[in-house]
Design a protein around this ligand. Sequence first.
Ligand SMILES: Nc1nc2c(ncn2[C@@H]2O[C@H](COP(=O)(O)O[C@H]3[C@@H](O)[C@H](n4cnc5c(=O)[nH]c(N)nc54)O[C@@H]3COP(=O)(O)O)[C@@H](O)[C@H]2O)c(=O)[nH]1
Length: 798
Amino acid sequence: MGLSLIFMMLIGVFSYFNAQQLTSLYSEQRKIKQQQTVVEFNGLLKKTGIQLVNLVDSLSLLSSPNPDIREKISLHWLSLAITWGLESAVLMDEEGAEVTKWGSQPLEPTQSVVRKVITDAVPLQELRCHEECRLSLISPVLDGDGTIRFLQLTASLADTILDFQRITQSDIGIITPSASDAYGKDRLGKTSMLISALTSSEDRLPLIQNLAKLRGWRDTDIEGMDFEVFTHDYLGDQFEVQFFAIEEFAGNQAWVVVITETSELQRQIDEARMLYTVTGLSAGMITLFLIVLVLWRPIRSLQRQARALPLLPQGKYEEARERLKKMAPNRVFADEISLLQSTSIKVTHQLEEYHLLLTQNTKKLYDMAHFDRLTGLTNRVHMTEILEDKFTSEEDKDRIFALMLLDLDHFKRINDALGHNIGDQLLVIVAKRLLSKIRASDTIARLGGDEFCLILNGLKTETAAAAVARNLLKALEEPIHIDDRNLTITASIGITMSPADGASASSLLQNADLAMYQAKFHGRDNFHFFNFQLHKDADTRMALEVELRRAVQDKEFTLFYQPQIDFATGRILGCEALIRWKHPEKGLLSPYFFIDTLENNGLIVPVGKWVMEEACRQCLIWREDGLGRVDMSINLSPRQFADPDLLEHIQTVVNKTQLEPNQLEIEVTESLLATDFDYAVTLLEKLQEMKIHIAIDDFGTGYSSLSYLKQLPLDKLKVDRAFVMDIPNNNDDKQITAAIIAMAHSLSLKVVAEGVETEDQAAFLKSLKCEIGQGYLYGKPMSAEAFAQLLKTERSLA
Ligand SMILES: Nc1nc2c(ncn2[C@@H]2O[C@H](COP(=O)(O)O[C@H]3[C@@H](O)[C@H](n4cnc5c(=O)[nH]c(N)nc54)O[C@@H]3COP(=O)(O)O)[C@@H](O)[C@H]2O)c(=O)[nH]1
């Protein structure tokens, strides 16, 4: 549209300049014409003057019997008048007095001019106008008798003026100053000038008078005119009125007025100008129309594209395509616009694909950043954000929730023993089970490894939180079946209540961690609420951990040995190696004080290896000291059991110390079997293949399932001290102990009774055919030297 307007304006300007050009061309031509008029009129006037001079010169040539000039002129007057256009002639004597005259109403010679001719003896011309104009020549002539005479020849300018009118198609008049002041119709306005010989004077005289009146001309105005042109509108027509001065004659001035009617010319010019403008505009309009016709489709298409393309950044691809498709591409002549259109459509598809890809990748990135890849649960980062949002929320109710840290018990063992693949599958199943026990509004996150975090919104009381924790633990009770294995997993849960237990996300998490540690410490497979005392416990634990690491480095551990007695003979069969920590400041420390910490931080593996080496080495020493065979019972913690080097290490130690393999007994707890029974069976079978004895420690306190006992390659079963200690007073304990012993015997297992402190207990156990006893009754755990001494005493007595 804008372009069209500019185009129209250009056409307008072009037409205007064309018309202007025409006008100026016309003006130029008029000027030339006016100049020509001046030249032509002067030429005609001069020609008449020259004719008169030539006539005077040729008078002597006229044939006549009498040389007298008067005779010659009279004789030839008629032919002279006709041939030379003479109107009159006057012959004067040497004094200027008239001698003879010819022609009708001969013009009286002007005496002043005659005097000048007589004086100067040169011919002079005089313009004489009154209604008509005549040109007179007064010239000295030599008469036949040799006297000087003066001849005035007068010719009318009527023919000259008519010739001029005919040639120029303009009217002409001659203006001369008037001698008298008398007013007449030939007087030019208020001047003293006379208008003579005016052609078409009836029409043109009023026109000139009108012009003179309008302009208010005075004599001086006319006298000052050398060359002037006026455009004058008169009675509905337009005229060009040209004034120019003609050459000065003998003393009198004259001006020529040329009147040309220019109405027709002007009309033609106007018509031509109009034609130019109309033609220009029409041509422009047609061109514009044609351009618009040709460009209509491409312009519309471009407009559509211009309107469609901004939709792309808004992701409205389909809408953009619809708009682009509305202007169907030209299938016959696939021009650039069609190409642009189809390319634009292609681009929308590509952009949509990129957008989709970008959205998917952004979601993937978001998921990677916010969710755990293995379980699909919220990850630590996202969970922290959620937690922090709760603390920055303006809603108080958002800060009421319970936070639980749930850590699987002994998961590392499963991972180490069965591989990460099984460990991962187990985590996925655990995640699903946990997820099934919480509300949709709650959050469950996997923080890493086997650690989960649950945010239970709106939970106000510990009672309610405990109920959920129980539910979660219960959800894990059912054995997990993976690759033909039945895995049993338990978890320890630490619980903090917000806002009471922490004023920030990090403090709440820290406190939940302390509570979880407590749950582990209290035997695992349970939950524990945070209280502020735990901070102190944690500090103590931390300090203990640091000290233990140093103790391992400084080799501050030692082994004590507690005798195991054959009930049948009362003789020492062997001993159980029990670790002690020779603390530089606190003295000898019991494993109850540090064994769990070693287990938790993994130091139990190197320490356990040392125990194995030291205990076996001690056996070798005793044998070499001649104390005979001493069976050695060594505790193996669950963490050690998961050590892939375990079997190889035992074999190396046995080989190195030349121990009879059946001298060595490994004590394992029931909890070891609970985690991955199949793996435990495999490992125990391998130990049995090595002829190493296996005893179940602390029997009765754990799962105590007869069905799994049957499948285990066991040699002994150790009845836990807890059942023995109240014998014989506690009937229940007696019956349990009796049942355990009977069951063990039925499985062909020997029984070791732990914690035998009294003869009554020993008697009761013996009555049940319990094979071996261990307890303070026979000796507390003692140093190697003390045990050697005990052996010496007993064996020398024997
Ligand atoms: N993995 C390893 N565990 C070990 C190792 N050394 C010891 N332990 C375990 O530490 C727990 C505590 O052991 P300890 O303080 O040595 O206590 C033992 C005995 O002193 C105690 N006992 C034995 N007889 C009596 C008794 O008549 N009365 C009484 N009050 N206590 C008695 O029992 C502990 C031996 O128990 P058990 O191992 O179940 O036979 C303990 O669980 C050890 O297993 C080690 O090197 N590695």
